[in-house]
Write a protein that binds this ligand. Structure first.
Ligand code: FRU
Length: 479
């Protein structure tokens, strides 16, 4: 048996050693989940278990890069204040020795079942992967049961990220995969008891269901029913940029369609990106005790700019988004912050803004603020907003452009998207992040940015008359 007994010890040392230095980093976020030290990526195992919310996350405590991942663990009673719990899974068995990769959680008969991918590399760096199970009786200590599903014939070892749910008395698992022809797919397996799993086959993928060539690997799939429709969220790798679309290194988006659980087929429409910003990937959803479908995602991206983020010199990188409630409007998946987040609201300011063509407005916002803007009538002409002298949002001709300073500090970069009209925005600013929910959450734009500490304003400029209601709340955590 493979053992890495000192992983926990080294992890605790790493957390202790870096605590003071990291605590002084002014880009450390106030109300988002972050790694105590090291590298965070996907949210994993999202669940409300025995009343408590659990958010696990991909965590390499030893470097600010990818590596041997553990499952870090946060819990919360209200989706707003998160407490760090002891690390839940460590890569200490032969079947997960190079990483306990992403996965999900379900509750069954009072116990919490975690499904994850055991990632194994041999001396020549060749990968094997196993879908694994770990079970807990209290949501804190997890006992590993080992592999429950091997890579089936016809697939490469890029086979990972099991998401499990209950369907008609059975358990289903959807997994991200690459077939031997090098196409990304989402595939299913089923089980009656959560331990014995049978592979079924693909339900969607590159070259399937009317999709053309659509990526060489699909990561982090999630299939769920919402408002009478079946939504498949997935992260295809290898899409070429197309106009304003697909400019991040990898994409995260959704299909809306119809899943037939008796035939295991899924008819779906087009793929739509879930978020238009620079930093959004590997989302996962769960249903809470109130029946809400809630999403969290990795607020980051491992592209060639990543290591220029200024937090790297303080030995940490990346964060998770705030929790968002999903809805469907027509053929659009909407995302809005969970209402609980309003508990963070401190001092409130309100402005009735009337800007004539060419006029500007400026207000102090500090570094942690919620801004709500309702336009009396949809914006016409060019409208521009600059946040903390760094992030510039421009709306003109049905197109929104978001621009930030590149992390190396030299020059700017943009993302853009079609927006038929601009009627409202809710903006959540944390010390080095912004999440913009546009037109009732029909579009969302998530970005990290690293403004100077003394740039604390928001500026609006317009080329045509704009009337809007602006409310600002300082965000203050009382813990
Ligand atoms: C997505 C991903 C997953 C994998 C995990 C490893 O960001 O690549 O497919 O399980 O991260 O950390």
């Amino acid at each position: 048996m493979f053992e890495d007994n000192d992983y926990r010890m080294r992890l605790e040392e790493a957390v202790q050693q870096n605590r003071r230095q990291i605590g002084r980093d002014s880009y450390r976020l106030e109300y988002h989940m972050m790694p105590p030290v090291g590298f965070l990526n996907d949210p994993n195992g999202l669940v409300q278990y025995d009343g408590t919310y659990h958010a696990f996350f991909q965590w390499n405590p030893f470097e600010t890069t990818h590596g041997k991942k553990a499952w870090g663990h946060y819990t919360s009673e209200d989706l707003v204040s998160w407490k760090m719990a002891p690390v839940a899974l460590m890569p200490d068995e032969w079947y997960d020795k190079n990483g306990c990769y992403s996965g999900s959680a379900v509750e069954h008969e009072g116990m919490l079942y975690l499904f994850y991918t055991g990632n194994v590399k041999d001396e020549e760096n060749r990968r094997s992967s196993y879908q694994c199970l770990a079970v807990s009786e209290d949501g804190m200590a997890f006992k590993k049961h080992g592999p429950v599903l091997h890579v089936p014939k016809g697939y490469t070892p890029d086979f990972r990220d099991p998401k499990v749910w209950r369907e008609n008395g059975d358990w289903l698992m959807i997994i991200g995969a690459q077939n031997e022809a090098g196409q990304g797919e989402a595939v299913l397996a089923r089980s009656e008891n959560l331990v014995d799993w049978t592979f079924i086959g693909p339900i969607a993928g590159s070259g399937r269901n009317g999709l053309g060539d659509f990526g060489y690997m699909w990561e982090c799939p999630d299939l769920f029913r919402l408002d009478g429709q079946d939504v498949l969220i997935v992260c295809p790798q290898g899409l070429e940029a197309e106009g304003d679309k697909y400019h991040n290194l990898f994409q995260a988006g959704y299909f809306i369609g119809d899943f037939d659980p008796s035939q295991y087929t899924y008819d779906h429409g087009d793929f739509t990106e879930l978020d238009r910003g620079f930093d959004f990937y590997a989302p996962q959803t769960f249903i809470d005790d109130d029946g809400r479908r809630i999403l969290l995602a990795w607020m980051g991206m491992s592209d060639d700019q990543e290591q220029n983020q200024p937090t790297v010199e303080n030995d940490w990188i990346h964060a998770l988004t705030i929790p968002r409630v999903l809805g469907i409007e027509g053929d659009t998946l909407t995302q809005n912050p969970v209402p609980e987040i309003e508990r963070l609201r401190g001092e409130r300011r309100h402005h009735d803004i009337l800007l004539g063509a060419g006029e500007a407005f400026r207000e102090e916002i500090g570094s942690c603020t919620e801004i709500s803007m309702d336009f009396e009538s949809p914006v016409e002409g060019q409208f521009e907003m600059v946040i903390r002298n760094d992030l510039k949002v421009t709306y003109e001709n049905n197109r929104m452009v978001v621009e930030r300073t590149v992390f190396s500090g030299k020059g700017t970069e943009q993302r853009a998207f079609f927006l038929e009209q601009l009627s409202g925005m809710r903006i959540f600013l944390d010390r080095s992040s912004v999440e913009m929910f546009i037109n009732g959450g029909k579009e969302v734009c998530t970005c990290r940015f690293f403004p100077n500490e003394d740039d604390t304003g928001v500026e609006l400029k317009t080329h045509a008359e704009v009337k809007c209601d602006m409310t600002l709340w300082n965000i203050k955590k009382d813990t």
